[in-house]
Design a binder for this molecule. Structure first.
Ligand code: AHR
Length: 311
């Protein structure tokens, strides 16, 4: 789905459009769809950009191929939402040698050479995990000290969202002797895998009190599994559910009382990235790290809190 080298160059010469190659990691979740749309809207022709979009389908090798293609096409900027944290140095060296500035979005990369990217834009995934833990602390406050059995549905292994949310939550969990993490399983941030893994967990454990699900899509799958087992979840249910993202369908589920709380991860990052490129174009300095902030939404206030939200 790439435009040819010649097409891109011709377009570039014909106009003053800034050419941006965007390697999105996939289309695994509602959150990802909203993130893609936000970036596509921000990099529209009317805003002065020509966007070359590539979907990595959750595979790093696809993303590396796309980045090499952007370099070959001599784009002006490369934007990458990296699927996992490690393994980017070689291809980013190639971009650097070609003189193409790279902006990393959403998830982080692990590198010893931070000159390989000019800026990073995203949410604080560790803080999101801590917020989940802090919410559970408040939720259990004043209750007896009985053991609380927790299962965690984790996202793509070695992704910033998985690493940060796991660590953030576990650092709070460590402080509570009665919090017992029964299992941490990979649900790959998808509804289908979330359902499949939750079914297995429910067959293995008959005493799950809390599900921490690292994104809404896995939560939607897990809710199906819970209900098909004849159990209930959410506000008055057998299993308390803590989810992440806060997409529109999660608000529906909170209004139904099926999800207790949702830790927001704001996908609307396009305008911020476009602003950074605008500054670079004018030769201005840019922040190396820019955080997009997020809130915590509870079922009880979901119908009011969702007003004005666009995803
Ligand atoms: O990196 C952000 C995470 O990736 C979102 O929580 C999830 O829905 C997506 O797949």
């Amino acid at each position: 789905n790439f435009q040819s080298n010649e097409t891109v160059k011709a377009e570039h010469m014909d106009s003053d459009l800034i050419i941006v190659g965007f390697s999105q990691l996939g289309s695994e979740s509602d959150w990802r769809t909203a993130n893609t749309k936000s970036i596509q809207n921000a990099f529209s022709k009317k805003n002065g950009f020509s966007l070359i979009f590539s979907n990595g389908r959750q595979r790093q090798e696809n993303q590396i191929k796309a980045i090499r293609s952007f370099i070959f096409q001599e784009v002006d900027y490369i934007v990458i939402a990296p699927v996992t944290e490690t393994g980017w140095d070689t291809v980013l060296q190639e971009a650097k040698q070609a003189g193409i500035p790279v902006i990393i979005v959403d998830r982080m990369i692990e590198t010893e050479d931070d000159s390989l990217y000019v800026a990073w834009v995203g949410t604080d995934k560790y803080a999101e995990g801590s917020r989940a833990g802090q919410w559970l602390e408040q939720h259990l406050k004043g209750k007896n000290n009985d053991t609380i059995n927790i299962v965690v549905l984790e996202g793509t292994p070695n992704s910033t969202a998985q690493i940060g949310r796991s660590k953030g939550f576990e650092d709070i969990a460590k402080k509570h002797k009665n919090w017992n993490i029964l299992a941490r399983e990979n649900g790959d941030f998808t509804k289908a895998k979330g359902k499949e893994v939750m079914e297995k967990l429910l067959q293995k454990y008959d005493d799950i009190d809390v599900l921490v699900s690292q994104n809404d899509d896995m939560t939607f799958g897990a809710i199906e599994a819970i209900r098909e087992m004849g159990l209930t979840c959410g506000v008055n249910g057998d299993i308390t559910i803590i989810s992440f993202d806060a997409v529109s369908e999660a608000f529906d589920k909170m209004e139904e009382g099926l999800i207790n709380v949702d830790i927001e991860c704001n996908p609307l990052q396009g305008p911020m990235i476009a602003q950074i490129i605008g500054r670079l174009e004018r030769g201005e300095k840019v922040e190396k790290i820019s955080y997009v902030t997020g809130k915590v939404f509870e079922a009880e206030r979901a119908s009011r809190d969702r007003i004005g939200r666009s995803y």
